[in-house]
Design a protein around this ligand. Sequence first.
Ligand SMILES: [Zn+2]
Length: 146
Amino acid sequence: MDPDSTAWYSVAPAAPEPSDACRDCGALPTAQIRVRAHAGLLLVMRDQTLDGPYCATCGNARIRAMTTRTLWQGWWNPLSLVLGAPLTLCQNWSSYRQLRRLPPPVPVPGRQQTSLGRPVLRRPQAYVALLPLITATWLITSAVTH
Ligand SMILES: [Zn+2]
């Protein structure tokens, strides 16, 4: 076979993705959401932010992972306890509600959606949040009653 005759099966360049396609998997429809994680460690606070657009599957996967991280790393600084972690959890909850309004995503052939993983309340790390919350509640209660 003539080597030049192989050109007929060359792959056409992929069409560019629409600007509102899912950041992780390219699927549609998406929502423009922000997902955050907060870590508060004694004297240091650190925030991580991911901006969409995300499809429902990938967005929920990101929210689950970053909410779980906030629940076990987000409370170990006084400012984090009263501000950083609660605000981060509220932001993620708001993003979750936006994603719930989306119809199921239409996957793009050859691209893989982010694995959802277990729900937040089925992840043991999420329950680490109970320790600082119970301690803070006890401290506030004893300060008020004494
Ligand atoms: Zn996606």
